[in-house]
Design a protein. Structure first.
Length: 189
């Protein structure tokens, strides 16, 4: 399995399974925003060697994706506990990546092997520290660029984080309710 190298971090690549789901039309239609499919398919899970985007955009799309995964968890996994475990690992990894990315104004990443990691490191080496990068992103022409974003590059991490937390809470309530129902249906004795 390919690992995900995200900035100076290394992730197991559990989330790669989602890239395959993005090919399914029903799954694409379940995404919160029509254009998020493009970002996820061609940017985040891009087959290009090195991917990059502002941290806010990455977090926005990952939190929105996780919200959808929690919202549709039972539909996506059915009664298969192996599928449920794999999906939970993917979700946990996506959340971890989003949280990790919050420390950087711009994120670079790639799915691959150690050679991919070395290539990513060469891209990261000449970048200025995060504080300087954040200052560069405040330049007027880049601010205009942010305001003129294409829809698939939608960027609103605070709203997406709220959406993710709400869906996580709903998911936990459903699990708790299902556990209570199972407990009630078991014969006492």
């Amino acid at each position: 399995m390919n690992k995900l190298y995200f900035m100076d971090g290394k992730f197991e690549g559990h989330s790669w399974v989602i890239s395959e789901w993005l090919e399914n039309e029903a799954f694409r239609e379940s995404l919160i925003f029509d254009d998020s499919w493009y970002f996820l398919r061609y940017r985040f899970f891009g087959r290009d060697c090195i991917c990059s985007e502002t941290s806010a955009t990455v977090r926005t799309h990952l939190y929105n994706l996780v919200a959808v995964l929690y919202r549709d968890f039972e539909t996506l996994t059915g009664c298969d506990s192996g599928e449920a475990d794999a999906l939970q690992r993917a979700i946990d990894e996506l959340v971890e990546i989003a949280e990790f990315g919050a420390d950087f104004p711009v994120c670079l990443w790639a799915f691959g092997d150690e050679t991919t990691r070395e290539i990513l490191s060469k891209w990261l080496e000449p970048l200025p520290p995060p504080e300087q990068m954040a200052h560069v992103l405040k330049l007027p022409h880049l601010q205009r660029h942010e305001l003129e974003r294409l829809p698939y590059r939608y960027s609103e991490p605070k709203t997406s984080l709220k959406r993710y937390r709400k869906q996580l809470a709903d998911y936990n309530r459903r699990r708790k309710h299902a556990a209570k129902n199972r407990q009630r249906s078991q014969p006492s004795g």
